[in-house]
Design a protein around this ligand. Structure first.
Ligand SMILES: [Zn+2]
Length: 344
């Protein structure tokens, strides 16, 4: 089989390589990958800019759907031919206190597909049964492959944030996760929805409008705090979701969040901060982190996708054969497309 392999820490250390078909264990399946989404983290590894440890060489790709080609003898609830999507926590420690509480997304020893173990930008991937979810027939493999980033957005927007119908919501950072958070906020009943970016985000802010954003800010270098002073009763947003890949946007979030409001941080970057947190105290703001996802969120998101409540038509902009991984990565990195999907 052929895979998109990240073979080292230097920038551009990604190439197509011939690989053996993986051996599976008793409780694993061999999945014939039908579609695999390109994630910002795949791009980070491609550019050698990631802040996590990578087990080189590794096949990229952790957003995927497929058909079970072979099931290990101990696999109980899935069989050959089943259409499935897979979660990302490929390796977890069953004795970790977080795993015991069902919070395996927070297990510090967790290893994910695409950096810790071989991922899905190839024809076959080994997946533990524990990671699998069935998908209904009406859900295409291409859309289903984006269940994972939708679960990141669902956790940030619908689990770790509280949105009451009519709440004003601002999303900072119109990358794939930010735009999916915007969609989720609409699904959750957001009132006024604002999406905030920078000049380089002009195209993605236009996409945000088509997803239902009432206001987009940043493409013309607007002063977001000043805009917010003139918005509604002038006190700011009930909820700010920070999905930007830098830490400094927390300052903007603190400027535009309402007293007693909430900030949920799902975007991250390793840079240290250099500003006062006094507004956090003075406004009595709830600051909440959000990371990854767990089983019940996958079931909910599969339902939202298959019923059409969550519609990815405007987000899934390119479907390409595996051989065009390079062009698809570059288009996504340039912000020309929101999400690209590869068909191995
Ligand atoms: Zn991802």
């Amino acid at each position: 089989m052929t895979g998109v392999v990240n073979f080292g820490a230097e920038p551009n250390s990604v190439e197509l390589r011939e690989l053996p078909i993986p051996e599976i264990g008793e409780t694993d399946v061999l999945l014939a990958v039908q579609a695999v989404g390109i994630c910002g983290s795949d791009l980070h590894q491609y550019m050698g800019k990631q802040s996590w440890k990578v087990n080189y060489p590794v096949v990229l790709g952790h957003e995927f759907s497929g058909v079970i080609a072979k099931a290990g003898r101990g696999v109980k609830h899935f069989a050959e031919g089943d259409r499935v999507v897979s979660e990302t926590a490929a390796v977890i420690d069953s004795n970790s206190p977080f795993v015991r509480q069902g919070m395996y997304n927070l297990d510090p020893t967790r290893l994910g597909f695409g950096y810790g173990v071989n991922g899905a930008m190839t024809q076959f991937v080994k997946v533990p049964e524990r990671c699998l979810h069935h998908i209904p027939k009406n859900l295409s493999f291409e859309v289903a492959s984006l269940t994972e980033p939708c679960c990141v957005a669902y956790n940030a927007t619908c689990v770790n944030s509280r949105i009451r119908p009519g709440d004003s919501v601002a999303i900072i950072g119109p990358g794939p996760i930010g735009l999916l958070c915007a969609l989720m906020a609409k699904v959750a009943g957001a009132g006024h929805l604002a999406v905030i970016g920078i000049k380089a985000d002009a195209h993605r802010l236009e996409v945000a409008k088509t997803l239902g954003a009432d206001t987009v800010l940043g493409a013309q270098g607007e002063d977001v705090a000043a805009w917010t002073k003139n918005f509604n009763d002038s006190y700011g947003f009930d909820l700010v979701i920070d999905a930007a890949g830098v830490s400094a946007t927390l300052k903007t979030a603190l400027d535009i969040v309402r007293p007693a409001g909430q900030i949920t941080k799902v975007g991250w970057g390793p840079q240290p901060l250099g500003f006062s947190l006094d507004q956090l105290v003075q406004k009595a703001v709830t600051l909440q982190g959000s990371f990854s996802h767990t089983w019940p969120m996958w079931e909910k998101v599969i339902t939202l996708l298959s019923t059409g409540v969550l519609n990815l038509d405007k987000v899934l902009n390119r479907v390409s054969p595996l051989g065009e991984w390079h062009e698809a990565f570059d288009e996504m990195h340039a912000g020309k497309i929101v999400k690209g999907v590869l068909k191995p």
